[in-house]
Design a protein around this ligand. Structure first.
Ligand SMILES: [Zn+2]
Length: 395
């Protein structure tokens, strides 16, 4: 008898979380649609919605046009201000700070150069946290970071960010050293994993797809893998590091110590360097130079076409390898890949058909992300933090 009541209680808790998640991920959903999707009795759905309204998590946003008017066709939304989290997107050149909200929206507030020295970097981050924390009447519950490297999520530790030369940094400790009484929930993650999390939540092109890859192109080449609708991290959060797949044992030495990694052929700084061996790119900074290089490629600049086409042959090889290994439904090329013109995506989709095994190569969709580079990791950080928050407060 006792165990039965505990099970019933557990069931109630998970139903509440399931419904909360449905409204978070699909705002505008109605009670009727929730009942149909979950198989729950309509009165159970109504009771749970009432309880979420009392907690100030959910509100009614208006009527959905339908042939069956009434209470069950009212659209439901999430109260944006119900919870918030500080979010930082760090890349090799710059850092972006924003506040993420319960409805998964992000307000971008500051943009600054990434300090190369980790101590100066955490001084700056701590100042921002202190400043905004003091200003906010309803305090955020956490702070989340997206890093361009390999991190240990369990211990909130940066293992290595090769392009910044950072190794073995305990992020939470760095903040505690600098902020008195610091008690925000700290989360850190790799940029590719967060981008995949965000795309899965908001990109309608992959909504129903359960196997996929996110290739994060920047100075390094990161990646994330979706298997059966779950982001696969491996035992040490390293799974998906596509950039370190060696494709030539005699190739150039990579930052990881191996030779001929994919990253040494398709990383954006490699591309820029190759172009600049012949001609200077009239722009400053890696991102601006890469944008300019893409513009030159589209214009038909001979050196740009030659450099980019050469890079694409290595990309074909890398994409064929991951297609054969994972047989994904989609491959998103994000990060600075956002700058690729449509013609490059068309070409990659065409080439993969002959390079990868049949029918994996025919079925995989190679697409750009739906959200731009900085927003995608900030949004991914927000969604992950709110996933955890909801599970902590709904009991
Ligand atoms: Zn490598």
């Amino acid at each position: 008898m006792k165990s039965k009541s505990i099970n019933a209680l557990k069931m109630g808790v998970s139903n509440k979380i399931i419904i909360m998640d449905l409204i978070r991920y699909e705002p505008g959903i109605t009670r009727r649609e929730i009942a149909a999707r979950t198989g729950l009795n309509p009165s159970t759905v109504t009771n749970i919605i009432n309880s979420l309204k009392e907690m100030n998590f959910v509100f009614e946003t208006g009527k959905k046009s339908t042939q069956n008017p009434g209470r069950n066709s009212i659209k439901l939304g999430i109260m944006k201000e119900a919870a918030s989290v500080f979010v930082f997107h760090i890349n090799v050149e710059d850092t972006i700070f924003g506040i993420g909200y319960m409805d998964n929206s992000v307000e971008i507030l500051q943009h600054f150069s990434t300090e190369n020295d980790p101590s100066a970097f955490f001084d700056k981050i701590s100042e921002i946290i202190k400043k905004y924390y003091a200003r906010m009447s309803k305090k955020p519950f956490g702070v989340s970071f997206s890093f361009p490297g390999i991190v240990d999520r369990l211990h909130n530790k940066i293992n290595i960010i090769p392009h910044l030369g950072w190794k073995g940094i305990a992020v939470e400790e760095e903040l505690k050293k600098r902020i008195d009484g610091f008690d925000l929930r700290v989360r850190i993650a790799n940029e590719a994993k967060l981008s995949l999390k965000s795309e899965k939540a908001v990109n309608s092109a992959i909504k129903d797809k359960i196997n996929g890859i996110y290739l994060y192109l920047s100075q390094g080449v990161g990646g994330a893998v979706l298997i059966n609708d779950t982001i696969y991290t491996g035992s040490n959060f390293i799974a998906g590091e596509i950039g370190h797949m060696s494709i030539n044992k005699n190739g150039p030495i990579c930052r990881c110590g191996n030779r001929g990694c994919l990253e040494t052929y398709i990383g954006v700084d490699v591309l820029i360097r190759q172009y600049e061996e012949q001609k200077k790119i009239p722009a400053s900074g890696v991102r601006e130079k890469f944008k300019k290089l893409m513009a030159l490629y589209i214009e038909g600049d001979e050196t740009a076409v030659e450099t980019v086409e050469d890079m694409l042959t290595f990309m074909d090889q890398g994409i064929a390898n991951i297609t054969n290994i994972y047989n994904p439904d989609f491959i998103i090329i994000g990060g600075m890949g956002c700058e690729f013109p449509k013609s490059i995506f068309d070409r990659l989709n065409e080439r993969i058909k002959s390079k990868a095994l049949t029918p994996a190569g025919d079925n995989v969709l190679i697409i750009p992300p739906s959200v731009d580079e900085a927003l995608t990791t900030l949004q991914g950080s927000t969604i992950e933090a709110m996933d955890e928050y909801v599970r902590r407060v709904i009991v």
